[in-house]
Design a binder for this molecule. Structure first.
Ligand code: VG1
Ligand code: CO
Length: 551
């Protein structure tokens, strides 16, 4: 044990509240320079401790995705955790932990909660974004009642507590004392890798890779999953070195946008669409909770991926007993609903954001859940989990010995295809974007019973959700318009952006006939996209001719 001693002075630092510390879809996200203001991070952390406490004698898990400011923030939070009386802090080596690894550690080590430092898929670096998120004892994101209470506290806070102490060395696993607090530096991968070992038939996947017939490329996007992927894919599963691209976490993600989609994972996409494409392509985001799955010249939409995993779950040891139920966020396509119906299990529709799955998972009502935004997960922890989804696919591929595209096409043939696409209009003027949503909301009563594109509007509402487990209620979660042929348009404003407003428009059309499963989503959804524009006046109100990102 190295120690700066037990008798370090605790300082109570006077501060003034910031008015803008309301957590969004997934924690508090702001530009790095806002987080660098004196007291900004400290205020929020104290607001968290005040809200979730008493924290005396408890264990906290702490880590982040390695983005710019991660190293500074980790040291501040360690000193604050000690000053606030935590008995123990488990911190990832070099301050690194993926979001799923934080969830895993909270659960396996029975911690009181955890702090994740990440702005997920948002770019990093001095000009980029930073973020902080609190997870509760089940390992999942704090529910809305807690995040709102943290926000209220942040607006009245007058002081915070911090220990005066030098930075702790976090480069090697080991145990340190910080005042009265024990700080344990843990290997970020160990516990997570052990959990994956319990869930998947890793020997079968190893056999798939053996002999070099099956090849994959995994793009860690210079974000947090590099060390996890090197260890599990190249180490445990025997995939050749070079399988993991961009495997070194960098504070600015190598200048990239750590968002695993067809736009930002450019090199990976080039490989999968190139000569001698590997059999599987995959990528994760900044903090490792998202995943993208590709076959040779083939993109699996996240909504389809969830449905395929649900339909094949019993092939995987950890899910061989079957699923208790499934859940998806409202904008996610309803492909998984059809699998649930066929399996005779419930399917829940929740608001956007992983925090709404927590109660369903805790209550054992669902086993798998997912979002259209490249998020898939299960009851193995309480966050979405990028590498887990990749291993799930690998396990299915190892058992079925078919290609990715073949598996998805067979799935469509059986259940029908949900053509799906999300159009994002980024960096809009906030007032204009809110006015667009408000105008839509006002039109809802008139829309019901109207005809759009020759079909009757079956449902038009602003999505509200009552949690079936604890009865908590949330409103204003997105405008949805459902047509009689099953087509659907959803509009909502992003809760993770840091500049202006982002309008997300989600388009979905169901096609039961396998003869018509070969269209490009763009063609298949062209008419619906035009309708979405006509109904909301997107071009007129935003002045944008087309979306910035289509996924
Ligand atoms: C987005 C996604 C949402 C996801 C959230 C956090 O939120 O749409 O599905 O849960 O990001 O993902 P929004 O409010 O911008 O649409 V991550 O990987 O940032 O933790
Ligand atoms: Co993320």
């Amino acid at each position: 044990m190295s120690d700066p001693g037990d008798s370090l002075p605790i300082r109570t630092v006077p501060t003034r509240p910031f008015q803008d510390q309301r957590p969004g879809t997934s924690g508090l996200r702001k530009k790095v320079r806002l987080f660098q203001q004196p007291h900004y991070l400290e205020n929020f952390v104290q607001a968290v401790f005040d809200t979730v406490g008493p924290v005396q004698g408890r264990t906290l898990v702490l880590g982040g995705d390695g983005r710019y400011h991660n190293d500074v923030a980790v040291q501040v939070i360690l000193r604050m955790a000690a000053a606030n009386g935590f008995a123990r802090v488990l911190v990832g080596r070099d301050g690194l932990l993926s979001t799923p690894a934080v969830s895993c550690l909270i659960r396996r080590r029975k911690a009181f909660g955890g702090i994740v430092l990440s702005a997920s898929h948002n770019p990093g670096g001095p000009e980029g974004d930073f973020g902080i998120k609190y997870n509760v004892a089940n390992g999942g994101p704090a529910p809305e009642a807690v995040t709102e209470a943290i926000y209220r506290r942040s607006r009245e806070i007058r002081s915070y507590r911090i220990l005066e102490a030098p930075d702790l060395p976090l480069g090697e696993p080991g145990v340190h004392r910080l005042g009265e607090t024990t700080v344990e530096v843990v290997d970020p991968v160990d516990d997570y890798a052990a959990l994956m070992e319990e869930l998947f038939d890793l020997d079968a996947i190893r056999a798939l890779f053996a002999g070099g017939r099956f090849r994959m490329v995994y793009d860690a996007m210079h974000a947090v999953t590099g060390p996890y992927a090197h260890r599990i894919l190249e180490g445990r599963l025997g995939a050749p070195p070079g399988t993991v691209l961009h495997g070194r976490p960098l504070p600015d993600f190598g200048g990239g946008h750590p968002d695993p989609n067809l736009t930002y994972a450019r090199e990976l996409v080039a490989r999968l669409w190139g000569e001698e494409a590997p059999d599987l392509g995959a990528a994760s985001d900044g903090d490792g909770d998202r995943n993208m799955i590709l076959g040779p010249r083939f993109f699996v939409t996240p909504s389809d991926s969830l449905a395929v995993l649900a339909a094949n779950a019993t092939l995987v040891p950890g899910y061989a007993r079957g699923l208790s139920g499934v859940a998806r966020s409202m904008p996610t396509s309803r492909a998984v609903d059809r699998v649930a119906a066929a399996l005779g299990i419930p399917c829940y529709e929740t608001p956007t954001g992983w925090k709404f799955f927590g109660n369903l998972l805790d209550a054992g009502r669902v086993t798998l859940c997912g979002e259209e935004s490249f998020g898939t997960g299960s009851d193995h922890l309480r966050e979405k989990d990028g590498l887990w989804a990749v291993l799930f696919w690998l396990n299915v591929l190892a058992v079925r010995r078919q290609g990715v595209a073949e598996i998805v096409r067979e799935h469509w043939a059986r259940y029908g295809r949900h053509y799906y696409s999300r159009h994002d209009y980024e960096g809009l003027d906030r007032e204009r974007a809110e006015a667009l949503m408000e105008a839509l909301r006002k039109r809802l009563p008139a829309l019901r019973g109207e005809r759009l594109g020759g079909r009757e509007v079956e449902l038009a509402d602003d999505f509200a959700y009552t949690d079936p487990v604890d009865g908590s209620h949330t409103e204003g979660q997105g405008i949805r318009i459902l047509l009689e042929d099953g087509a659907r348009i959803v509009y909502r404003l992003s809760g993770t952006g840091t500049e202006g407003a982002t309008l997300r428009v989600y388009l979905e059309r169901y096609e039961p006939d396998p003869a018509r499963h070969g269209l490009e989503p763009r063609e298949a959804l062209a008419e619906l996209a035009a309708l979405a524009d006509a109904v909301a006046g997107i071009r007129e109100r935003t002045g944008r001719e087309r979306p910035d990102v289509v996924t």
